[in-house]
Design a protein around this ligand. Structure first.
Ligand SMILES: [Zn+2]
Length: 521
């Protein structure tokens, strides 16, 4: 049974967590890293697995746009520096399409989620506070301020109780900052607060003191309290979180304890998931390589982007090192394996991965021919007619759906070759002679000098390929050594694509000049 289905089964068999309400959240303080998609996809998977068990389920995603900005995306750092400490929803938007910077960032992440088939209902924390939905939990939190501090201390073992501390922050009526205010009194109806000049290092309060009702969106709960509170407000019963929140005594544990002991609401099902690591060499953005969540659909078609997260158990970390490697091409191969398993009703786990990776329900016909990604990239480099090439391999015409897949792969293979592919794979007519070309033996040089004639006579790659092979037999040179002489001469490698296609895809005079140069050296 696939891990997603095991989790769903465990949730079901526990008899708790009803109704099945799956939830995730994120603070829109900067454009999300590619790895931030792991949470939304995992939640979407659990939701789908529950639905597949014919259970009614809900999936929501909370945008924490009422949180104060404690940092800004680099591109807006200078422009909006005076807005640090403001609720994200109150920072102006550089694009008039959105009401705030918070919304612009949230919409960017939402769009990728939708592209990857995450079917959540998106909720704004700001709107929920403004609409009064948090009023009840705000009162409970303020009335239980000491208990909350005790829980912090008991669970995390740090922080001593601070006299007069209250779990609320007001949006300063004078300067508009929320991250700088401290509430010091609560009379059951109103909170008294001060906008402190040095409460935090990232923003400076104005010093104003005021008294205001805490209800209806005048302010918000601090985040761990807010996290627990929003489970109750929305009715969440299942919420995963990244490993960084899940250490013993960490925010997950604190929120769970607050949920139970302060809000008298049952703890949601806990699902701490592992890291997503982008590593490897050459991580520079100078080549226009991005690893933001919104970049993923320029690296992969949507279903493959989803597949990247689906195929790994949530308890295992994912390492993604696409630059200068074969990783992207390998992921296409792995995806095709799952697709084949689905086609042939073979390996049930692989087949399940394929199904769960689809953006919408499956409507593809079974038994389709899949043009291998690596071959697409290879033929592109050889300037081949892709359709003809793959029809030759398939042995018959590609159908409409297969042509669609082929053109999609062509698009992504071009990007891969330009930005990510390993140099060993790229077929580039080398500018300078390789060391290998200088070390060819007499027999190999003889071979190279004799193929000049063949190239002059031939324009058809199939025919030339055969002649190249026959020539090696004729002069009694091992064919592997013969072809490696060609590859060394042109691309500086021992291996390469089908030689004739490569030779004929470049100007003949250029090819012959190089052959003369090497064979006479
Ligand atoms: Zn202020």
């Amino acid at each position: 049974m696939y891990w997603v289905d095991k989790v769903a089964k465990e949730i079901l068999e526990s008899g708790k967590y009803i109704p099945y309400w799956v939830d995730d959240m994120k603070t829109p303080s900067g454009f999300a890293h590619i790895g931030a998609l792991r949470g939304p996809v995992i939640h979407s998977l659990i939701y789908r697995a529950l639905r597949d068990l014919s259970k009614e389920a809900k999936l929501t995603f909370v945008i924490n746009d009422f949180d104060p900005a404690d940092e800004l995306p680099p591109e807006f750092k200078e422009k909006y520096k005076d807005y640090l400490g403001f609720p994200l929803r109150k920072i102006p938007s550089p694009d008039s399409k959105y009401d705030s910077l918070g919304t612009l960032i949230a919409e960017d992440f939402k769009k990728v989620q939708l592209d990857l088939g995450v079917e959540a209902e998106f909720l704004s924390s700001y709107e929920m506070y403004r609409g009064g939905r948090f009023d009840g939990v705000i009162k409970e939190a303020l009335d239980n301020a000491e208990k909350i501090q005790d829980i912090y201390q008991k669970v995390s073992g740090s922080k001593k109780r601070e006299k007069g501390w209250l779990p609320f922050q007001v949006e300063c009526e004078k300067c508009g900052k929320l991250g700088t205010t401290r509430v010091f009194a609560w009379d059951g109806k109103q909170v008294s607060y001060k906008c402190e000049p040095d409460l935090v290092v990232w923003a400076q309060g104005c010093g104003y003191e005021g008294k205001i009702t805490p209800f209806g969106g005048t302010g918000k709960l601090p985040w761990k309290v807010d996290w627990a509170a929003h489970w109750k407000v929305i009715g969440v019963t299942i919420e995963g979180a990244g490993k960084d929140h899940a250490s013993a005594g960490g925010s997950y544990d604190i929120a769970m304890a607050l949920c139970r002991e302060v809000f008298n609401y049952p703890e949601p099902y806990k699902l701490p998931y592992e890291w997503f690591i982008v590593g490897g060499r050459k991580m520079s953005s100078s080549k226009g390589i991005g690893f933001k969540a919104h970049d993923i659909t320029s690296i992969f078609p949507p279903a493959l982007a989803r597949f990247l997260f689906v195929r790994t158990d949530y308890r295992e970390s994912i390492e993604f090192n696409p630059v200068g490697t074969m990783v992207i091409s390998d992921i296409f191969d792995d995806y095709d394996k799952c697709w084949q398993a689905y086609n042939n009703d073979s390996d049930p786990n692989l087949s399940r991965v394929f199904v769960l990776s689809q953006i919408k329900d499956i409507s593809q016909r079974k038994k389709i021919f899949l043009p291998r990604f690596r071959d697409v990239a290879n033929y592109l480099q050889l300037a081949e007619n892709l359709q003809e090439k793959f029809e030759e391999i398939k042995g018959e015409k590609l159908n409409e759906y297969e042509l669609k897949i082929l053109s999609e792969r062509e698009k992504y293979a071009k990007i891969w070759l330009e930005k990510y592919a390993s140099n060993d794979f790229k077929l580039v007519f080398s500018e300078k002679l390789s060391e290998g070309a200088k070390k060819l033996d007499v027999k190999q040089k003889e071979y190279l000098s004799k193929i000049i004639d063949l190239i002059n006579k031939s324009d058809r790659p199939e025919e030339l390929q055969l002649s190249l092979y026959n020539l090696s037999k004729e002069i009694k040179l091992d064919s592997k050594k013969a072809f490696s002489a060609i590859y060394q001469t042109f691309i500086g490698k021992d291996h390469g694509p089908r030689a004739a296609w490569f030779l004929l895809s470049h100007p003949k005079e250029k090819v012959i000049k190089r052959l003369k140069e090497v064979s006479k050296a």
